[in-house]
Each structure stands twice: as structure tokens, then as C-alpha cells.
Design a protein around this ligand. Sequence first.
Ligand SMILES: *Cc1c(COP(=O)(O)O)cnc(C)c1O
Length: 437
Amino acid sequence: MQYISTRGGIETAVALEDAIMAGTAPDGGLYIPGQLPAADLDRIPVNAPIDKVALELLKPFFAGSELTDSLEDICTQAFNFPAPLHTISDSNGKRNEHLSVLELFHGPTAAFKDFGARFLAATMSKIIQQRGDSEATIVVATSGDTGGAVAAAFHKQPGTRVVVLFPEGRVSPRQQHQLTCWGDNIISLAVKGEFDDCQRLAKELFANTKASNKFNLCSANSINVGRLLPQSVYYAKTSLDYQAAHGKSSNYIVPTGNLGNAFACAWAKQRGLPIGELILATNANRSIPDYLEKGEWQPRNSIATLASAMDVGNPSNMERLRNLWGDANELSNRLRAFSVTDEAIQTRIVTEFKDYGIAWCPHTATAFEVYRNLPEDERQQAHWIIAATAHAAKFDEIVEPLIGTPIAIPEELAHLLEWPASFDTIEPSIDEVISRL
Ligand SMILES: *Cc1c(COP(=O)(O)O)cnc(C)c1O
């Protein structure tokens, strides 16, 4: 399997290892498989554990790579926590047969990004070991959750260090703690600016050949193909398990920011998994819904919202999605996207808690808002799965005042919160970052 740039043809082809270590293609495009392999569904046993599903599903992407023999090991390391599917009861106590929630928050930092980060860390460290490469510096720009997941996944991994760039004052206190509590091989930098500044800094760093070679820079953002591959696994597993039990495919509603999670779902669907409709739920950053509606791609600066990990005005993975499914016209036949205001997020959190007794994080609440606003017949005629992307306890300062009661902290998170934090604050300039390396 070769990987090519979204902006070039076969002449840009590289091996999987090179695509992962490089992050982005030299022409500025994003790496995608030269040909998306159909999933061999017969090889995936019904109700197989998630690491076994991962192994079978991802094998074709590793075909011919120096990592082929390591894939099983990588899957075991990365998928060491579950992604359970739960049904929800209706307000009258009856089980809602048409709705399940895919809980993606059982990893070390209680958000779905743990899947991608752990898989990437395991893969990169195999590559470095096998190649005898010098220490790699992983640069990660984060609007909140990415950095914590990446730092947790790479912490104390030999041959690696991580530079986390996060927007000062734009992440929740608990999120910030998870970005800054590591020490050892993790460098945490608060950037005076917004997420887009952090992302721009990361891009400039990679474009700077001197720094890039000197520090052996690698990317761990959701643009890295090594993050996307594992994210398709939970869509595959849940859609297959549901189909085995009920003989039907599932529709998904995915809270969306930089479009990494939802794109992985699109991949799974395209590969032949029993996935019906895909709906993207965005916050007030509405570049994607506007694009589908108006047909013109207009990236903008990001707006700060309550669902801060989705505050992205220029979602990077749009380039991959358009490559996969075409431009606005075609794309709008393939999926829908809805934007949810902060006010609606707040009301949704309150209502879900009042009616169903469950507190959702602001990101997951955008997907619930979209689901509850679907026409009744759409909700009744299909099986819907909402991707719950983070545990509400990560966003306690938003959720607790709304529901008026404390949220129990999951054990992993409680453990991290006891570690002391430390970080530097910098101007949004590439020189300042380089001086910290
Ligand atoms: C990152 C994140 C999202 C958005 O995912 P993308 O892959 O960037 O679209 C949604 N919810 C939470 C909790 C996140 O951390």
C-alpha cells in the first residue's frame, strides 16, 4: 500500500512509515492511501474484541510495509480500552430502540483522541526503533483534547519528545492540566492567540527545513494518517455488531471540528461497512454546513464556543473529504451537517440531564441537539448512533453549573489531576517555539 498526497498523483507516493513520520506531504497536501481498500468483512468475527477488529480492518493499510509484523502488537497497545455502545432510555423509562451512544471516552484522557494518539505513538515508536532513527520531536497544535491525548500516549516513550502548543486561556482548566502535567519528554507551551495560530505555528515549523531536519519533527495532529486509521475501527466494530444483532445498518451523528473523527467514519462507510447516513454536528463554527448549503468553501477564523475542542474555522480534513466524496454538490448528497449555537448546547445539556438523567459534554451535546431536531420519522425509521467524544467531567466548569450537581470524575482523570502542572507562555512566533526546543 502506497500513500499519496491529496494534491498530487502517483508521483507523490510514499510508504506508510514515511507518510506517518512526515505528517503532511511536501506539496502541502494530506496523505491518503493510493487506493482505499474495501474491507474484507468475512475476516472480522462477529462481536470480536476491538483490538482484533482493528487488526483485520487495518491489515490492508499495512500491506508491504516494514510494520506488517508489528501491527498486532500496535493494535494490542493502542486498543487497550473499550468503546461501548449504550442504548438510552426514553423519558418514560422505555428503551429507545432507535438510538445508541458510542462512548469514546474510556481512554487515559477521557476523550476519543486517545484512540488516535495511542495508535500513533505505538506506530511511531516502532518505526524509530526499527529504523534506528534519532530522537523524534512530535509537534502538536491543540484546541484542547488532542494535546492531552498525545502527551499521555507519548509520555516516557523512548526516542520521542512532544511539544504541545495550546491557545492561552482557550482551553478548560482541566484540559489545561492534562496538557501541562507531564514533564519528562513533554514540553507544554501556551500560545498567546487562538487555535488557528497554534496550527499555523506547527505548519510553519514543518515548512522550516532547518528546524525540521535538526529536530526530526513529526506531526501528531489529526492530519496525520496514523491518527485517522484507528478512528475508523470503532465505527466498523459498532456498525458490524449492530448489524449482526439487528440485521440493519446504523446512521451516525459525529461532533465535528477539524473533521478527523467524522472523516474516519466516511472512510469506514466507503470501505463497505454497514453505515447508513453520516451527519456532522458542528458548533457555531459553521464552515462545513455553509459549504454544503452554498457550495463555496470559505474557511474562516475560529469562534470561541462552549464546545471548544471543535472551534475550528478551517477544518484541515476537508481536503481529504472532498478528495473522497467530491465537492459541495456531490458531498451534500452523501452527508448532512448542522451547526449548533452555544445557547442550544446549554439547553440541550440541561434537558438531557433532566429528561434522561445523563450529563453530556458540550461536544456530545451538539450531536444530541442535532438528533433531537431530526424529523420524527427519520428518528423512528433508522438506527442512530451518537458519537460521545468526551466525558462530561472534562468540562465540569461548563456542565456542572447547568445541571446543578457535581459530575463524578473517571478514575484515570482523577489520577492525572493530582500531578503538578508546568508550562511556558509564548508569543505566536516560530522563533519562540524553536528557542524552547
Ligand atoms: C477533537 C474533538 C472533537 C472534534 O473532532 P475532530 O476530529 O476535530 O472533528 C469533538 N469532541 C471532542 C471532545 C474533541 O476533543
